[in-house]
Design a binder for this molecule. Structure first.
Ligand code: ZN
Length: 846
């Protein structure tokens, strides 16, 4: 089977013309052929069979096109020829869509998971992996790109030209891509074993913003080839910037990766460290997909983890090797904490979730698939050994190159190289949701090796009711003693309880029950092991282990196993930690434990605790970058100043922000790019009406999308009700793109003094908002209530959104998750408020 697609695309037009010729072999005679097709208007269709041409009658269904014939055709070879028209949306990011940048229009594509059918009739499922031949008819002045190199260009009438691309290797429809418009091209040289040509395509006048991408991409590509011991699979690699105004990251189309422009392009003077790392992370992930997903494609969407978990794991690995000083592993443990916040919900998805409805496909692209999936892959890599795991990966890619594969294929390849069946253990993490909590108990008998008694159970936060899960098969690795002093011992905990003999003979006073924090589990230490760790600031642990330890202590507080006072009393030590990932986690934990105290008379107490704990360090750093600051210091500045100025309500920092914000408006270089958002928000919280006017005017006038986003975010932070009301109303007025102005709602929904208004606003204007927003953003609207914290509010969310959530893709799951988080918050406050308050009062008296 193969398909030729011929498209006539003029970006300024709202429609495009298409023709496809599909070569098929029919196994049996049939009178109707069904293909996928959505929103396409077929003008002619005929079938060639045994040298005769038959006209087809077209039958339309929701997502399908049927072609029926008077008499049955086949078996044998046939060619189906279809002529049609389709639309180029200026708002949605699905199928073929157009965007304006400056005075010019451009056309892009986004087909994953099920939108290739909006661009051409096809068998739009990943197992139909076939060669494609693309031809584009575009204006003489436009550049046309697709997955493969151009093999011919011919002028045509009406100022058009015909561009033919080389036939693709076998690809599923969701990985095809096109770009048409007056792009400019940055040549990034060649890289790797096949001297693959690399280019970056930008909208007109933007090539100066591609420097970081151009220098980084070749290094990442080479490292991937080295790990896989396989050359980059395609003939060229283009990276294309898409000007978008909504949730869209990047897409791994074979040979033509697309990025939201903010991820790929940045003016040299604004090329901040956060931008550089984000680009490198995303690029490593997308390039890893060229093997995981493109060369070997999932057979069906329930295995989407084979794409996303593996690409995320590989991306981190590549970055870790390339820039060890970035501490990608510690950063991964930081993001894992966020994935665990989803995974602790009763309705959590599994990594490998069966796909039943269209909602399920949308849901599959979440932090469980990306971040938990990455952590689980990493855990099994560590358990089997990096070399064995790598050989398994190479076997998997080698056996299924250019074809499709399933989870079973991946596990079989690993098992073959490991010499044991890894499927049963791996599957307990892939096929069931939730987080194992492993309790440890140290047993020392005279003369014998010290042992750990292990017990696993599903982690249950307060308010979650009784989550029951079958047992996991958990690779548990532990060591007695500080980092570098003792070696680890491992066991596979397959039952509810087990034992692990530790290295050495003496009874240790320190045990690290998750060596390297590689295991995807929370640790529950007994008092006698917990106390010395808390007292010492967990200094005998590595940075990643300290991040994990803090997460475990937080989790035990949220489940009611530890009093809130315990985690609060540990935060000052964590706040002084030399590693910024630990400090960032301490900040996140302070927020999550502190959130339920908002709105009570206790908020000033908590704000004072934050100032006492984090304030000195925040003031020491100040708002402005200093020469000689290393990158970690710069990241830390943003995190600490945000906490102390916002939740900590620090007077001095707030006043400085009020002075800095207007200065930045007239002189953007007055602030480091990464600090702008925090400064604006801190200034907005002080509520000055004149500043509100300045920010509002600047938001309406801004031409740079990222700058506009930060201004809109700040507008949602003004606590004064009349100003907040005016800010929220901007989401309904003219002058701003609703996909961008919704940022005001998200911002207000996070603030202690603004969240109730944000929630009320979304309910009051739900119809108007959903009429303006694309469906995938409408699906997120329940998140306006995500910071609420009472049972009554959870009930209200349920009552208002339940009848509406199903109208938007992924909406029901967003609502489930928000409602459950609000219930957790309520239960946590009821159980832990007394402990937290008594600690904070005592703290204040010191
Ligand atoms: Zn991906």
């Amino acid at each position: 089977m193969r398909e030729a697609v011929d498209l006539r695309i003029v970006p300024s037009a709202e429609r495009f013309l298409g023709t496809v010729d599909i070569d098929l072999e029919l196994r049996e005679a049939t009178s109707t052929l069904w293909l996928n097709g959505t929103g396409l208007e077929v003008s002619a269709a005929r079938l060639e069979f045994s040298r005769k041409s038959r006209v087809a009658r077209v039958v339309l269904e929701e997502d399908r096109l049927g072609f029926s014939f008077e008499r049955a055709v086949g078996p044998g070879k046939v060619r189906l020829h279809i002529e049609y028209r389709g639309s180029l949306s200026a708002t949605a990011t699905e199928g073929l869509f157009r965007r304006r940048d400056g005075d010019e229009w451009y056309v892009f594509s986004q087909f994953e998971p099920t939108d290739a059918r909006r661009a051409f009739p096809s068998f739009d499922e990943p197992s139909f992996k076939i060669p494609w031949r693309l031809t584009l008819h575009v204006r003489e002045g436009d550049v046309a790109v697709s997955n493969m190199p151009v093999v011919g260009t011919v002028s045509e009438k009406d100022g058009l030209k015909r561009v033919d691309f080389a036939e693709t290797p076998p690809l599923p429809s969701y990985l095809l891509a096109v770009g048409v418009g007056p792009f400019e091209i940055v040549d990034a040289g060649v890289a790797g074993r096949k001297h693959t040509p690399l280019r970056i395509l930008t909208a007109r006048g933007r090539t100066g913003e591609a420097a970081w991408a151009a220098t980084t991409t070749p290094r990442l590509l080479e490292r991937l080839e080295e790990y896989f011991d396989l050359p980059y699979p395609y003939d060229k690699l283009d990276q294309l910037a898409v000007p978008v105004t909504m949730a869209f990251g990047a897409m791994e189309n074979a040979g033509l990766v697309t990025y939201a422009e903010g991820l790929l392009l940045r003016k040299p003077e604004e090329e901040s460290i956060a931008f550089r790392r984000l680009y490198a992370d995303v690029c490593a992930h997308e390039l890893a997909h060229q093997w995981f997903g493109d060369l070997v494609t999932l057979t069906w969407w329930d295995d989407v983890w084979l794409n996303e978990s593996l690409a995320s794991w590989m991306g981190t690995k590549v970055i870790e090797g390339w820039k060890p000083q970035w501490a990608a592993r510690a950063a991964q443990v930081v993001s894992r904490r966020e994935a665990m916040q989803q995974d602790r919900l009763a309705g959590a998805r599994r990594i490998r979730q069966p796909i039943v409805t269209k909602h399920d496909i949308v849901d599959a692209f979440d932090s469980i698939t990306y971040v938990k999936g990455e952590a689980v892959v990493r855990m099994f890599e560590s358990w089997l050994g990096e070399d064995v795991f790598r050989k398994g990966v190479q076997r998997y890619l080698g056996r299924h190159a250019w074809g499709n594969a399933t989870t079973a294929d991946f596990l079989a390849a690993l098992s073959a190289k490991a010499g044991r069946d890894v499927g049963p253990a791996f599957s307990t993490f892939l096929d069931q949701p939730g987080i194992p909590q492993v309790s440890v108990e140290l047993v020392c008998a005279p003369g014998g090796a010290p042992r750990l008694r292990l017990r696993q159970e599903p982690y249950r936060p307060l308010g979650s009711g009784g989550i029951s899960r079958p047992t996991w098969q958990v690779p548990v690795c532990a060591r007695p003693g500080p980092d570098g002093k003792a070696s680890r011992a491992c066991t596979l905990l397959t039952e509810a309880t087990g034992e692990l003999a530790l290295d050495g003979t003496a009874c240790p006073d320190l045990v690290v029950a998750n060596d390297g924090e590689v295991g995807y589990y929370l640790t529950r230490y007994p008092r006698e092991l917990l106390r010395p760790l808390l007292a010492s600031g967990a200094r005998g642990l590595t940075a990643a282990e300290r991040v994990g330890f803090l997460g475990s202590v937080e989790a035990l507080t949220l489940s009611g196993d530890l009093p809130a006072a315990e985690v609060l009393s540990f935060l000052p030590a964590a706040a002084r930690d030399p590693d910024r990932h630990v400090v960032e986690t301490a900040v996140a934990v302070a927020r999550s434990v502190g959130a339920p105290l908002w709105g009570e008379g206790s908020r000033p107490l908590f704000a004072r605790f934050l100032r006492d704990t984090f304030g000195e360090r925040a003031h020491g750093l100040g708002w402005k970058t200093r020469s000689g600051d290393d990158e970690d210091t710069q990241f830390l500045r943003r995190t600490l100043l945000s906490l102390v100025a916002l939740e900590g309500e620090d007077e001095g920092l707030g006043a400085e922000a009020v002075a800095l914000a207007p200065r930045w408006l007239s002189e953007p270089k007055a602030l480091d790019r990464d600090m702008v958002g925090v400064v604006l928000q801190a200034a907005a919280r002080r509520g000055d009406p004149a500043l509100f006017e300045q920010l509002r005017a600047a938001a309406l006038a801004a031409t740079d999308r990222e700058r506009r986003r930060e201004l809109l975010h700040a507008l949602g932070a003004f606590p004064d009700p009349p100003l907040l009301d005016r800010a929220l109303s901007l989401t309904l007025g003219e002058g701003l793109d609703p996909r961008e102005s919704i940022e005001i709602v998200w911002s207000a929904a996070q603030g202690a003094k603004t969240r109730a208004e944000a929630y009320a606003f979304v309910k009051a204007h739900f119809q108007a908002l959903t009429a303006r927003l694309p469906p995938d953003l409408s699906a997120l609207l329940p998140q306006a209530g995500a910071s609420l914290c009472t049972a009554a509010e959870a009930t209200d969310l349920e009552a208002f959104f339940r009848p509406r959530a199903g109208d938007f893709p992924g909406g029901p799951r967003v609502l489930d998750s928000v409602v459950e988080q609000v219930r957790f918050c309520d239960a946590f406050r009821s159980a832990q408020q007394a402990s937290a308050l008594s600690f904070l009062s005592g703290h204040g008296g010191r």
